[in-house]
Design a protein around this ligand. Structure first.
Ligand code: NCD
Length: 308
């Protein structure tokens, strides 16, 4: 892998497109071998802390499983009520404390108030961003890149449509620039009330029909109800969202037979997707989750290897 050393991974552009693609190969190698060769554990003896102060199922467990399958010990802080956070210790002080304890790596999921990028520069142990406010979620972007690449055996020229809550989706904020850097085309369709922040290089689509005729990858974004009230307080109501921006049986008919359907999860069924989407053979969400374990393993292995 390229010689440029990075220790922390906060933004998807912390790795070059070439490094990101090389991680796909490493992740696919782990996908084939990690379960079958427990004696080959490159992170044996390492200690990795997961500090998750926002809810998570797949991201947290995939980091934990990846760390353990690589032979590392994994320590989890995910209940503020059982840590000093409940006594009023700030998240920043909590991270400094973890750093002083001397783990090999800390994976952090937190809200947008923390200056995670600046803090990562000051701490001595590598930090992986496991989902940071609305800012970024680069490991989700990596596992999505892997899922798309594995399906099509290429990224160059692929047409990826992002649909839904563009303003609050950290997944869109990380995935779009990564895909563009790897030569894919990215366009978005979103209600006006959820699309004020434009992402450079991302085109716009005018309607669901245009989108379905255009895209190879239909990527639904979860409406981040916990981060805003846009759908209920502004003109665009939830009912209108469901009518105009939800993938349903008509959309499934119009989407190319070679297309794929993705979503980072958790899905708001009946909002981003109607229930019939789940049984469609183009639905790749389970594969995304599976790939998450191996891509996170590849990233942790890469960061700790380049540290040696
Ligand atoms: C995403 C997240 O937490 O940002 N989920 C995930 O990590 N798989 C997407 C979301 O919650 O919308």
């Amino acid at each position: 892998m390229s010689s440029k050393k990075i220790t922390s991974y906060i933004w998807s552009h912390d790795l070059s497109p070439e490094q990101s693609c090389e991680l796909i190969a490493r992740a696919n190698f782990f996908k084939k071998t990690l379960r079958n060769t427990p004696e080959n554990q490159p992170l044996r003896g390492r200690q990795i802390v997961l500090l998750f102060v926002e809810p998570s199922t797949r991201t947290k467990l995939s980091f934990q499983m990846a760390a353990q399958r690589l032979g590392a010990q994994c320590l989890i802080v995910d209940d503020p009520a059982s840590s000093s956070l409940v006594k009023g210790e700030s998240l920043q002080d909590t991270l400094w404390t973890l750093d002083s304890l001397g783990p090999d790596m800390v994976v952090v999921r937190c809200g947008g108030d923390l200056a995670l990028d600046q803090l990562a520069d000051q701490l001595s142990c590598p930090i992986i961003n496991g989902g940071w406010g609305s800012q970024s979620h680069p490991t989700q972007a990596l596992l999505d890149l892997m899922t798309i690449h594995n399906h099509y055996s290429k990224l160059e020229g692929l047409k990826v449509a992002l649909v839904g809550d563009m303003d609050h989706s950290r997944v869109a904020a990380s995935l779009a620039p990564l895909l563009l850097a790897c030569g894919a085309q990215v366009k978005a369709l979103a209600p006006e009330s959820l699309y004020a922040k434009k992402i450079p290089g991302v085109g716009e689509l005018d309607s669901m029909e245009d989108l379905l005729d255009w895209c190879d990858v239909y990527y639904g974004l979860r409406v981040q109800f916990e981060r805003h009230q846009s759908l209920s307080t502004k003109k665009q109501t939830l009912e209108q969202f469901k009518q105009e921006f939800s993938l349903d049986q008509h959309g499934l008919k119009r989407l190319s037979p070679q297309g794929v359907i993705m979503h980072p999860g958790p899905i708001n069924w009946g909002v981003e997707f109607q229930p019939e989407v789940e049984s469609d053979p183009r639905f790749l969400v389970r594969t995304q989750v599976e790939n998450g374990v191996y891509m996170r393993a590849a990233l942790m292995d890469f960061l700790l290897e380049s540290e040696k």
